[in-house]
Ligand binder design. Structure first.
Ligand SMILES: Cc1ncc(COP(=O)(O)O)c(C=O)c1O
Length: 363
């Protein structure tokens, strides 16, 4: 029940990791002929899931470093305001706060209830001094879905850029980065894409690709990496200009199975089942008297249900000890995330176990 983090490993991931190691063993340095194209294969596979057109996605290793690449594109002389919600993922906030050393001014918009972002307040904070609006599509704390289109419309009206973190929506909520009109988007292979760590993606809206020259760069961002020219970067014209050094190729192999499975099933089908199961989880939480920390309205809810009660952290620990896998976050409570492979019975058993542990006076 922890698909918002490291969920069950696809059996095929082992085969793909073995494919990587076999290529290395058998072909040595020549394996690069097969390994390097995996960067574009992975980008295409993930691009299909997030509605990104071909050749607009570049692979990296984690969201924090992707955001660093984008931050390094900005010049704060004309516009220096960075606007985001206090419910953003913390490492994203750390990264942008550190940009204050380069002249940025961070404006963090508070949330009234800790569950949802107030779109009007966020939009009001975006003005003509705003350079960037880094937003989370689905909030990790509550699974609330942000009103991305309204925020994008306001940001673009003010001449600001939008960077969408869709880590908690990709693979569980249908959307298209192209239709949302965001300038950049990022996420990774863990969570709803059923992969392990190390394969993060960056989407750049096609018309924006040539506009920026990231200071955080590397030889794969060069138009001819194997020419080894010196001293300055000569950026590639394509989305490769946003690449850095050598890719963590093995991470791309482990990420393949999850993205393929999600792509084969289709997000619409996954969403339909998810909404049915999470609605049932919510009604059981209501019946048990837990505090719901996720939106009740299905259209505003991602794949996770967060619920809380006194002592929830200890209950989550015990659940994990009993191999009812979940996690707990401060001010979110227990996060429960069934995915396409979770049965209705497993959801019921999980909630039965929560109640059993909660009422066990010996614990
Ligand atoms: C919305 C969101 N963004 C980013 C991250 C983490 O990013 P990174 O790849 O830098 O670890 C997470 C969770 O780990 C997340 O939930």
């Amino acid at each position: 029940m922890v698909s918002h983090s490291l969920g069950a490993m696809p059996a095929k991931a082992c085969d793909h990791i073995a494919e990587f190691t076999n290529l290395w063993v058998e072909r040595g340095i020549l394996a690069w002929e097969e390994l390097l194209p995996e960067v574009e294969r992975t980008a295409t596979r993930i691009g299909r899931i997030i509605g990104a057109p071909t050749d607009t996605v570049m692979m990296h290793t984690n969201v924090s470093s992707v955001q660093a690449v984008i931050a390094s594109c900005l010049d704060y002389r004309e516009r220096n305001k960075i606007v985001f919600s206090e419910l953003n993922f913390p490492s994203v906030s750390y990264l942008w706060k550190a940009e204050e050393r380069r002249g940025a001014e961070v404006c963090i918009v508070p949330s009234a209830d800790g569950v949802e972002v107030d779109t009007i307040r966020l939009c009001e904070a975006i003005d003509r001094r705003t350079a960037m609006v880094p937003i989370s599509h689905v909030l990790f704390r509550s699974s609330a879905i942000k009103d991305v289109q309204t925020i994008v419309a306001r940001a673009h009206e003010m001449g600001a850029l939008v960077l969408l973190d869709c880590y908690q929506s990709a693979g569980i909520v249908p959307f298209s980065v192209e239709e949302l009109g965001v300038d950049f988007a990022c996420g990774g292979s863990v969570k709803w894409l059923c992969g392990g760590p190390g394969a993060a993606y960056l989407y750049v809206r096609r018309d924006r690709i040539p506009e920026f020259a990231p200071r955080v760069t590397g030889w794969f961002g060069h138009r001819a990496p194997f020419a080894f020219t010196m001293p300055a970067q000569d950026y590639a014209d394509s989305v490769w200009r946003y690449a850095g050094g050598t890719h963590a190729i093995i991470a791309l192999y482990q990420a393949r199975a999850g993205a393929e499975i999600i792509g084969e099933i289709g997000i619409e089908k996954i969403r339909e089942k998810s909404l049915r199961q999470t609605a049932r989880v919510i009604s059981r939480c209501d019946a048990a008297g837990y505090t719901l920390r996720s939106p009740r309205a299905p259209e505003r809810r991602g794949g996770t249900v967060c619920f809380d009660f006194a002592g929830s952290e200890l209950v989550a620990k015990e659940l994990n000890r009993r191999k009812f896998l979940c996690d707990h976050r401060p001010s979110s409570g227990i996060r429960m995330s069934p995915h396409f492979y979770s049965t209705d019975e497993e959801c019921e058993l999980f909630l039965d176990e929560v109640e059993r542990i909660k009422t066990d006076s010996s614990l």
